[in-house]
Design a protein around this ligand. Structure first.
Ligand code: ADP
Ligand code: MG
Length: 274
């Protein structure tokens, strides 16, 4: 789905200097795969996400989306249809005064015919569990509901991949649960590839693979159980392990035999009860 090869990005800094945000990133996201990206503030996560749908172009190396280089201007629109972006603040992503108009905005801009737009709006709202809110004003919705409408707006363009940049950072715990559950379902049942940037380690546990970014480089990558059992390394990068993995590591250090692969509360409870 997405492949970066020695991807580098620098922003212009003060007085003609360069701010290097991405040093040398080589990674790939498979079709239908769910990849979580974690890393400290300023490590380059948002910069990387913006390369995935050609909002930025590389200052070195390459970023390919289904084989199309993001650097070629003629590829920008095909790439934006394949990869949809969802950002942190739902209020900045909602443009219309009625939910269904908001969801229709993307396909309208793509020039989709009106009857087809209506069908896509119905489908997209159903996929995020918001069909009952079609005629509502977005300003009356909760944060989690707004973010699901924003996701529906992207789904109406029928992307093959969703890139979400800290989509739950501004939500309450219920909103966070709703959004994560929606994204997991879209991945598992619709086969949509997901790149999910988060600073909530418990959310990253839902992914097939976790990529840890540090200072513009890939610091760690692997299945959640592999990455999150390396508690000391995560802490050195300024990150926390999920609570269950942290407690399991402390128990092991205290001489209590707890398996390495524990990352969820349920797994920890089962292991301790044994
Ligand atoms: P993250 O999302 O992990 O917090 P970012 O990708 O936003 O990281 O930022 C990575 C680095 O690039 C930081 O040092 C940040 O200050 C810098 N940066 C981000 N956006 C810009 C910009 N528009 N101009 C200059 N520097 C930027
Ligand atoms: Mg960011």
């Amino acid at each position: 789905m997405i492949k970066t090869i020695n991807l580098r990005h620098s922003y212009p800094g003060p007085g003609g200097t360069e701010v290097v945000a991405l040093e040398d990133i080589s990674l790939s996201v498979g079709a239908g795969e769910f990849v979580a990206i974690i890393g400290a503030n300023g490590s380059g996560k948002s910069t990387l996400a913006k390369h995935f749908n050609a909002l930025l172009t590389p200052t070195g190396g390459e970023c390919l989306v289904e084989g199309l280089s993001t650097a070629a201007p003629e590829n920008v629109w095909p790439i934006r249809q394949k990869v949809g972006m969802v950002f942190q603040n739902p209020d900045n992503q909602i443009v219309a005064a009625v939910v269904e108009e908001d969801v229709a905005f993307g396909p309208e801009n793509l020039g989709v015919a009106p009857p087809e737009i209506a069908a896509r709006v119905t489908e997209a709202l159903a996929l995020v569990g918001m069909e009952g809110y079609r005629h509502h004003g977005p300003h009356l919705l909760s944060g989690g509901q707004k973010q699901r409408v924003a996701i529906a707006g992207v789904l109406a363009m029928r992307p093959r991949c969703l890139v979400l940049d800290e989509p739950t950072a501004m939500l309450d715990p219920q909103g966070r649960d709703e959004v994560l559950a929606t994204v997991v379902r879209l991945n598992r049942t619709e086969g949509i590839a997901v790149v999910y940037i988060t600073h909530f380690m418990e959310e990253a546990v839902a992914a097939d693979r976790v990529v840890v970014i540090d200072a513009g480089k890939v610091a760690m990558t692997g299945r959640p159980a592999e990455v999150f059992s390396r508690v000391a390394e995560l802490k050195a990068l300024g990150l926390d392990a999920p609570l269950a993995a942290d407690v399991a590591a402390r128990l092991r250090a205290a001489g209590i035999a707890v398996p390495e692969a524990i990352i969820t509360d349920e797994e920890l409870a089962v292991a301790l009860c044994r």
